[in-house]
Design a protein around this ligand. Structure first.
Ligand code: PRX
Length: 658
């Protein structure tokens, strides 16, 4: 944790957009009075509030004995209740008054190749999930076993995760852009024995060789029993005898009858690895009941989901946004989730807009980094399409700059669609701070107010609330249903990472700085720790540093974020070399590739500079703030590849930093 980071209030935004009365009238939370009632109810007794929503919006096999058991930092929600996530996402849409949804589209999927399009109704999806759950059972997968999934964005990814949840297996999905090394670490950490993958996935017209990467990751592993392979791209691949099995062959035999397991509300649902402030990614653990309540309720109120909506969240399912708001929260509401496998600029930069028109998408949820790329590709690409079907827009993943927000509103939303800027994290499970579109006025750059029942504060170093418009640490002051229940296999790290900044207070802090204005609206200012948001992906500086240092030519490395026009934050690396290594362009490129190989292409540094030494304090701490300024071009270093003046700069800054 870099405690020297100064949080400054930088945004001075004054524009306010009130909800359109026509939208508000029909909204699931309609108008300010309804919204205030929800807040009042939640403030009076937040546990009772969540319990009411849990009863109304989620189906349970048996009720809870206690809403919350809170022994900071360990929470149990809906203690003793039994439910099943796949039951809530599937079966309940085929029964009783909702039985008509059997033939409603659950997933509308578009592959990157134009001709690949599939629609799965709730009836279809239920059948496929039951069959695959039986496949898992037949391969010996039991309740509590970890299943690693490394797939492209195809319906089978959703089928695999729902099948795991149906039988109580714990999925750990790895984003398709991660490297073999990253897969291996995650398989080892989760002690998984089974991997589900595909031969490949499509990305900008080429094949990402997923199976090959899995083979590389598991080369030396004896722990992997089965690798189930979906045929997606169709190229020749190696199938290892006695270990690798084709998805389609296993499915042929499988029965479509599979009862959902009656699982404890606290039964683990999934592990999802994310970057923290150390070099080793952590397995964030989410459980069943509370998570399901959180994502179901927030989907309904924040995205204002209606029966006739076609909802599109552009996130990959390999990230938390995809888990919660491509699959679980959306299907649990019986809504239609549109999924697209490919890149936003393939075959052309207007691909998304064309897909919105063709599929009559009504709700569109994406990341600021994507919006900035769309802006760069030009207004004319958007104007080729009507976008008249859209009625609501959302953003997630990083602070959105007001310019991008206004462009989104004007060009995509045609000044008609409300924008929900949703703040949350892998750890929070679901959205935490966001406007409700039919009730809350919005401002470019503010995620507005915490969801009813969720308590945020902005505090100083000693944990006291700061005044309006003062910057501080963004913290949660009471438990919430979707909260992470731990870091897989590492309770000490769980306490240390999230609950130790303000000890003994049960206060959760996960790395962001913010301010709250006079009207109670939150303005998130970004990470104050060693985690960066690069193009909406979360990366730790230490992870990239250890990747660089693992190269034989590198002695030491320091990585910082720097402003980047499209990605929001770009990656700048300062590297010192072993004697004898040539500080040339070829090595620079080799090191960038090395990071891509170790972690994945998303972690490849944008800038890499060689230096004789890194600026440090007397205690040996790298002076990151100085490096951040250097990387941002705020200090006069010119276009040098060696920063000889570092030691001088270091001395100048030393007293300040140590
Ligand atoms: O810094 C915050 C930023 O993304 C971080 C969480 O990243 P991750 O766990 O990968 O989850 C991303 C998707 C939920 C946060 O700590 N962040 C996320 N949403 C916003 C945001 N920053 C500002 N505004 C947001 N709406």
């Amino acid at each position: 944790m870099d405690t020297h980071f100064e949080i400054e209030s930088i945004l001075k935004e004054k524009r306010v957009f009130k909800p359109d009365p026509a939208f508000a009238r029909k909204a699931n939370v309609s108008g300010a009075a309804a919204y205030n009632r929800l807040h009042k109810e939640a403030d009076q007794n937040y546990q009772r509030f969540w319990a009411r929503l849990a009863r109304e919006q989620v189906s349970w096999f048996s009720p809870w004995k206690k809403v919350l058991d809170w022994k900071p930092p360990f929470a149990k929600w809906f203690v003793g209740a039994k439910t099943n996530v796949s039951y809530n996402c599937l079966d309940r849409h085929l029964e009783g008054e909702n039985a008509w949804r059997r033939n409603k589209a659950a997933i509308i999927w578009q592959g990157e190749p134009e001709e690949d399009r599939r629609v799965l109704t709730y009836g279809d999806l239920h059948r496929e999930v039951c069959k695959f759950a039986n496949v898992l059972k037949s391969r010996g997968v039991k309740k509590g076993d970890r299943v690693v999934i490394y797939m492209p964005l195809v319906p089978e990814l959703a089928i695999a995760m729902l099948a795991c949840s149906r039988i109580g297996a714990v999925h750990s999905i790895i984003f398709g852009g991660f490297s073999a090394e990253a897969i291996r670490d995650r398989i080892d950490d989760a002690q998984a024995e089974i991997v589900i993958t595909a031969d490949g996935g499509w990305r900008r017209g080429s094949i990402v060789p997923l199976k090959q990467l899995v083979d590389k990751a598991t080369e030396k592993s004896r722990q992997i029993r089965d690798v189930i392979v979906l045929r997606r791209t169709g190229q020749e691949i190696l199938m290892k005898d006695g270990r690798d099995l084709w998805w389609h062959e296993l499915m042929q035999e499988a029965s479509p009858d599979c009862k959902p397991a009656k699982l404890d509300a606290e039964h683990p649902l999934f592990i999802l690895y994310t970057s923290g402030s150390t070099g080793k990614p952590k397995g964030v653990l989410h459980t069943t009941g509370g998570y399901l309540v959180h994502v179901t309720v927030t989907s309904k109120y924040i995205f204002d989901l209606k029966e006739d909506d076609t909802y599109w969240c552009t996130a990959d399912i390999g990230w938390i946004t995809g888990h919660s708001y491509v699959v679980y929260g959306i299907l649990s509401n019986g809504a239609t989730s549109f999924m697209y496998e490919g890149a936003p600029n393939w075959p052309g930069p207007d691909r998304f807009w064309e897909l919105i028109d063709r599929n009559q998408v009504s709700i569109f949820y994406t990341a600021p980094t994507a919006i900035r790329a769309f802006m760069k590709w030009g207004d004319h690409e958007v104007k080729k399409h009507s976008l008249a079907s859209l009625r609501l827009l959302g953003t997630v993943g990083e602070p959105i700059n007001p310019k991008a927000w206004m462009w989104y509103r004007r060009l995509i939303g045609k000044n008609r669609c409300p924008i929900v800027d949703t703040y949350w994290q892998t750890e929070t499970g679901g959205i935490m701070i966001s406007p409700l579109p039919g009730a809350v006025p919005t401002m470019p750059g503010s995620c507005t107010r915490p969801f009813p029942g969720i308590a945020y504060d902005v505090v100083n170093e000693t944990g006291e609330s700061v005044g309006p418009n003062e910057g501080g640490f963004l913290v949660v002051t009471r438990p919430w249903p979707g909260m992470l229940r731990g870091i897989y296999g590492d309770p000490a790290r769980f306490k240390e990472e999230y609950w130790s900044k303000f000890p003994d207070k049960g206060i959760y802090f996960a790395g962001d700085g913010a301010r709250r204005d006079r009207n109670g609206n939150f303005w998130v200012m970004g990470r104050v720790d060693d985690v960066m948001n690069v193009a909406g992906h979360r990366l730790s500086t230490m992870e990239i540093e250890s990747a660089l240092v693992s190269h034989p030519s590198v002695t030491e490395a320091a990585v910082v974020g720097r402003p980047h026009e499209i990605k929001g934050t770009g990656i700048a690396a300062f590297v010192t070399l072993e004697s004898g290594a040539d500080a040339d362009a070829a090595l620079k490129e080799a090191l960038r590739q090395h990071v891509a190989k170790e972690i994945g292409p998303i972690a490849r540094p944008d800038d890499l500079r060689f230096t004789d030494s890194l600026p440090k304090t007397r205690s040996g701490k790298i002076m990151r703030r100085l490096l951040r300024e250097l990387a941002a071009g705020k200090l006069p270093v010119g276009d040098t590849t060696t920063l000889e003046d570092f030691s001088v700069l270091a001395e100048l800054r030393e007293s300040e930093e140590s």
